[in-house]
Write a protein that binds this ligand. Sequence first.
Ligand code: HPA
Length: 239
Amino acid sequence: MSIHISAEPGEIAPVVLMPGDPLRAKYIADKMLEEVVLVSSTRNAFFFSGLYKGAPVTVGASGMGCPSIGIYSYELYTQYNVECIMRIGTCGSYMPSVKLYDVINVDKACSESTYAKYAFDFEKNSISHQGKAYDIINETALLQHVDIRKGNIHSSDIFYRATSGMPEIVIEHNCMAVEMEAFALFANAQYLHKTAACLLTVSDVIPTHEKMSIDQRERSLDKMITLALESAMRMHAMV
Ligand code: HPA
């Protein structure tokens, strides 16, 4: 048991898939995993452990923002021997050429957040994916003929803002989209010498105001979820 996760040691797999939303974790567990056990529901951040094509995997929610994923991922890495966390989330695209439903494998997460500076004395405002998961996702996508993009994204602390101009950091690092968690996950993984990747599906295009509807959201995320599970299975063979 850790402070925020009530699973027993050994109930969490070495590879964890991490959506933001607890009900998405439940959807993945119900629809895609076998022999599923609910191993933690503290604060309704559900964690389910099960098998995907025979490989153990845990799916658990991060909540929203760097502080929340910072807590869950740190406890998973340090108290449950988790080797690899793959975030699977949604993002807003900054440019019309990055379209609704596109899937992005995140190279660097760029952020104005002070999380990494005050947690670990990291001075940079961008942190790369960590370990081999990013490459495994790219290889799996090729093998499965799934089209994905690769590139930098903005991990913002802000969802609602007064002005609509492009934040400076987006221009500095050529960020194609915005979400709110990858930076803290990558910072924890770098500090702890663990593996972390982040797959994102574009749920809205900021300059054109296009958005996925709620029912489109569910079906269109299946492509990213399956890619993450297939990658997790190959990752499990290596840890
Ligand atoms: N901003 C931040 N996070 C997001 C967005 C957004 O516009 N869309 C999906 N996740």
